[in-house]
Design a protein around this ligand. Structure first.
Ligand SMILES: Nc1ncnc2c1ncn2[C@@H]1O[C@H](COP(=O)(O)OP(=O)(O)OP(=O)(O)O)[C@@H](O)[C@H]1O
Ligand SMILES: [Mg+2]
Length: 236
């Protein structure tokens, strides 16, 4: 039987204060099996990025539970949560989020060093070479194309060998062809490492490449991608 790696149980979150309060996640239940690739789709403002931030341990719930690989994230201390995140969850953003005054190699190696990983620079060199950037180790983000910057971000996310890879519109800032190459890279890495991958995308063809699709609307999951196709009822 496949192991459940992510469980959300009555996950609820309101953000903002006073007039700007938004009930962003409404009582969400979700189970994701290890090794699945999950495409999260839905209208703008429906809560997709917030859901990913909760799954990444970067945003806390007001109530409910989130368990990843047996760890109850909702009840971990800030330090324990940060440590868990560093070891188990890789995150890739639409706008790359690289540090401008660090080289590609440093962008990947420094977070590993901060996590006390030995041979951080060797691992970083290996990961960057594996995403096709072996010749760009000394380049700064400003000296790299968008697709190359996203490859650095992917190498950084993969370097700790996380069990879960989370990506928020990873191809959103790239042209169609570069976006397809980045998607190919993500799916290849996911298959190679047997990771669980969750990605938010507005690109229906990218979502369709995932083994499962989840639809979010107004802070709720309206289709979790597991329901059987309902028989067509012919009205009399
Ligand atoms: N810090 C905050 N304070 C108040 N409201 C917030 C905050 N963060 C997000 N929201 C609101 O929560 C809702 C969901 O935001 P979220 O960024 O998760 O949407 P999304 O589905 O990722 O949208 P998009 O497709 O445009 O990226 C939005 O209406 C947004 O305005
Ligand atoms: Mg978003």
């Amino acid at each position: 039987m496949t192991k459940t790696i992510i469980t959300l149980n009555k996950a609820d979150l309101t953000l903002g204060s006073a007039a700007a309060r938004v009930h962003v996640l409404k009582d969400i239940d979700l189970h994701i099996s290890a090794g699945e690739s999950v495409g999260i789709v839905g209208p703008s403002g429906s809560g997709k990025s917030t859901l990913l931030m909760v799954l990444a341990g970067l945003e806390r719930l007001d109530s409910g539970e989130i368990v990843i690989d047996g760890a109850p994230l909702h009840s971990l201390s800030e330090d324990a949560l940060a440590e868990f995140r560093g070891k188990n969850i890789g995150i890739v953003f639409q706008s790359f989020h690289l540090i401008a005054n660090m080289t590609a190699l440093e962008n990947v190696a420094v977070p590993l060093e901060l996590a006390n990983v030995r041979d951080a620079f060797d691992i970083a060199r290996r990961e960057l070479t594996a995403v096709g950037l072996g010749e760009r180790l000394g380049h700064y983000p400003g000296q790299l194309s968008g697709g190359e910057q996203q490859r650095v971000a992917i190498a950084r996310a993969l370097a700790p060998s996380p069990a879960v890879l989370i990506a928020d519109e990873p191809t959103g800032n790239l042209d169609t062809e570069t976006g397809r190459q980045i998607a190919d890279l993500l799916f290849a890495k996911q298959a190679e490492r047997g990771m669980t991958m969750l990605l938010v995308t507005h690109d229906t063809s990218l979502a369709a490449r995932c083994s499962r699709q989840i639809r979010v609307r107004s802070g709720q999951i309206v289709d979790d991608g597991t329901s059987e196709i309902k028989p067509h009822v012919v009205s009399a």
